[in-house]
Design a protein around this ligand. Structure first.
Ligand SMILES: *[C@@H]1O[C@H](CO)[C@@H](O)[C@H](O)[C@H]1NC(C)=O
Ligand SMILES: *[C@@H]1O[C@H](CO)[C@@H](O)[C@H](O)[C@H]1NC(C)=O
Ligand SMILES: *[C@@H]1O[C@H](CO)[C@@H](O)[C@H](O)[C@H]1NC(C)=O
Ligand SMILES: *[C@@H]1O[C@H](CO)[C@@H](O)[C@H](O)[C@H]1NC(C)=O
Ligand SMILES: *[C@@H]1O[C@H](CO)[C@@H](O)[C@H](O)[C@H]1NC(C)=O
Ligand SMILES: *[C@@H]1O[C@H](CO)[C@@H](O)[C@H](O)[C@H]1NC(C)=O
Ligand SMILES: *[C@@H]1O[C@H](CO)[C@@H](O)[C@H](O)[C@H]1NC(C)=O
Length: 582
């Protein structure tokens, strides 16, 4: 459930949860009463038990569509190191599992420094058998978060999945020396939910040939400062934000010779806000944002991509092709270089997070990536302009009974800051600009049992100036969700779900790998047929198109479709010729 409560009850009546618990395993009956927006583990077990065609001979592999990671030409490796192997059984509200980390000896052999790494890949391989909710997990090294994902919900005969994440940007953390690796995956085992998550975490390092060093514009940060909670903790290292007024923060000091600073934010939504985009006005509406606070000022905002976990909406939809970002959640960069002048005074500063309109719970933390001046022990800077007007937006309810009706929400925010930093590279001025918009409609009918949500989040982020690091990033996150059915209250019912979701991104700017386009879109639907509350049929399908084009010649396209657990077709191509120009 990727949530901090024991069982997923937030959108169902408590008594309905009890019904499911009692029913689970002892009968293949589907939960009675109006459905919430999620199907439970028990519901899905009832589907699998009722339909002989779903009997499973061997472990199923679930996968998230992503582009393969390839080391730059001329690289050596991989040098692979198993960092951790663990069976996550009853780990909820317990300290994270830890392992001592020392940089692999091949890193020392390659010259030792972070600059020797041409590609670093963190591989998470896991399996699970039996019945279990999906859980959220995070991986931290020396307090810096490296990976966040949700697990795959198991099938009785088992499920396995693998995530490969490019962690090259954390090269300085990987090379820094001995530290502690921490993994939190809050799982619960009881009489009904027996699925244990077994996971292996492996680091694969590739090294550049001695002659090549990364260009200034693409080199990973020299230092990564975690903006997270410290152990000991009976939780992940993330901050937990439970309401709209709460600001969770930490104090940190920046090295005196920093010349560039980028804050990378990790965020995931849980419990009452897991499906925040479906929330009606009495649930604080459908708009959420994470604001980044530096000494009390809002210096950036993250308008998150709506990651739907593997148990979301109807878990069948995400089998075997899981939802975008669910196994490897996206992160968001906020350029703090314009504010370096403030941070370079050698004193502690407060960096914190709030979530606008939050309900329980949001897990937020960040890594502060810093580039240091190799030729000077101190840099200096100053803020020239800073403009962060209040969020604007509205929720318009067109409902006569407070349930059925149309709810329209909009939001918009602009932030911009310009500052100079003087270092051995000169006196460089940097401007960070964000222009964010959100448009949402939710049409609710049939006494709340039918919902059609259609929204788009657009984020324009720019880093401009006379330095080598410029970037224009345009992200667009369209989302359409339909929940409905027919035959409610009769002996013959159909429960329908439809999801269309997209992650579109255009990048331009300086640096060898900086220009790229990504179009990643899923269209999926599921239907469950009940007769007298017994499952008599279930069907679901998914179609996903992924098209990536990079200015470094790295292109990848994939067109994959599944019906039930079977992949119908799967075309992929790694040449730019196959990538449609957008
Ligand atoms: C973890 O690695 C061990 C040893 O190689 C292997 O036996 C096991 O199957 C792996 N587990 C997973 C979940 O990949
Ligand atoms: C780092 O850890 C390794 C392995 O545990 C140990 O041999 C080495 O002495 C440690 N180095 C430092 C600097 O603590
Ligand atoms: C918000 O959460 C914080 C931290 O849990 C708590 O101290 C505060 O009272 C809460 N505020 C409201 C309005 O509930
Ligand atoms: C944000 O900036 C854009 C372009 O400069 C402008 O059109 C828009 O009205 C601004 N929005 C807000 C909420 O200030
Ligand atoms: C850098 O440039 C800014 C204006 O562009 C100026 O205000 C500042 O004094 C300069 N700093 C140094 C150290 O020259
Ligand atoms: C969602 O709204 C957009 C913009 O109004 C529209 O183009 C699109 O067709 C809608 N999607 C669905 C599935 O209705
Ligand atoms: C995906 O493949 C299917 C089946 O081969 C084809 O009909 C469809 O046009 C393809 N879509 C894209 C976007 O390439």
């Amino acid at each position: 459930m990727a949530a901090s409560s024991a069982h997923r009850c937030s959108f169902l009546l408590l008594c309905l949860c009890f019904t499911l618990l009692l029913c689970f395993r002892s009968c293949a009956a589907f939960a009675r009463a109006a459905r919430g927006i999620r199907f439970s583990v028990g519901d899905i077990a009832a589907v699998e038990a009722a339909l002989p065609s779903l009997r499973q001979a061997k472990k199923t592999t679930f996968f998230e569509v992503d582009r393969p990671l390839r080391p730059p030409r001329g690289s050596s490796g991989p040098c692979s190191t198993l960092l951790l192997s663990h069976a996550f059984a009853s780990t909820f509200n317990k300290p994270p599992v830890t392992a001592a980390y020392s940089p692999p000896s091949c890193l020392a052999d390659a010259g030792g420094g972070a600059r020797a790494v041409s590609l670093a890949v963190l591989e998470w391989s896991a399996d699970c058998h039996g019945a279990q909710y999906e859980r959220i997990f995070g991986v931290w090294l020396g307090g810096a978060e490296l990976l966040r994902g949700s697990t795959a919900e198991p099938r009785p005969g088992g499920v396995t999945w693998t995530v490969n994440k490019d962690v090259t940007k954390y090269a300085s953390v990987l090379a820094a020396g001995n530290s502690t690796l921490a993994v939190y995956l809050g799982n619960l085992i009881d009489d009904n939910y027996n699925g244990v998550y077994n996971a292996n975490l492996t680091l694969h390092l590739y090294f550049r040939s001695a002659a090549r060093s990364p260009s200034a514009a693409s080199a990973p940060a020299d230092r990564v400062i975690p903006v997270s909670r410290s152990t000991p903790l009976n939780d992940g290292l993330w901050f937990v934000v439970d309401n709209t007024t709460e600001v969770e923060s930490t104090r940190l000091t920046v090295p005196a010779n920093a010349h560039r600073a980028v804050l990378e934010v990790y965020v995931s939504s849980h419990d009452f806000d897991e499906f925040w985009y479906m929330n009606t006005p009495d649930q604080n509406g459908p708009f959420r944002e994470v604001t980044v606070h530096l000494d009390g000022d809002v210096v950036g905002a993250v308008w998150p991509f709506p990651v739907i976990y593997t148990g979301g909406i109807n878990p069948l939809i995400w089998r075997p092709i899981t939802s975008i970002g669910s196994f490897n959640m996206p992160t968001y960069d906020v350029e703090l270089t314009p504010f370096l002048g403030k941070l370079l005074d050698g004193k502690e500063h407060e960096l914190g997070f709030a979530v606008t309109n939050a309900q329980k719970s949001w897990y937020v933390d960040a890594n502060l990536h810093l580039w240091l001046d190799p030729k000077a022990s101190a840099t200096s800077g100053g803020l020239i302009t800073y403009n962060a007007p209040k969020l604007t937006g509205s929720i318009v309810s067109k409902s006569s009974d407070g349930i059925d009706g149309e709810y329209d929400a909009t939001a918009s925010r602009n932030i911009s800051a310009t500052g100079w930093v003087s270092s051995s590279r000169g006196n460089i001025t940097t401007t960070f600009t964000q222009r964010l918009t959100f448009v949402h409609t939710n049409v609710v009918s049939n006494q709340g049992s039918t919902q059609a949500i259609n929204q788009t989040t657009e984020a324009h982020t720019e880093v401009t100036g006379d330095g080598p690091h410029t970037q224009q990033l345009h992200q667009s996150f369209p989302l359409y969700i339909f929940l409905g059915g027919d035959g409610s209250g009769t002996s013959s019912q159909r429960l329908m779900r439809r999801v269309e979701i997209g992650f579109d991104e255009m990048r331009a700017g300086s640096g060898e790998r900086s220009a790229s386009t990504l179009h990643n879109a899923q269209t999926a639907a599921a239907e469950v047929v009940l007769r007298d509350d017994q499952v008599v049929g279930a069907s679901w399908q998914m179609h996903q198109v992924y098209e990536y084009g990079g200015s470094d010649g790295g292109c990848y396209s994939r067109n994959v479709s599944s019906v039930g657990y079977d992949v119908l077709f799967d075309h992929n191509e790694a040449s730019c010729a196959g990538t449609r120009r957008r």
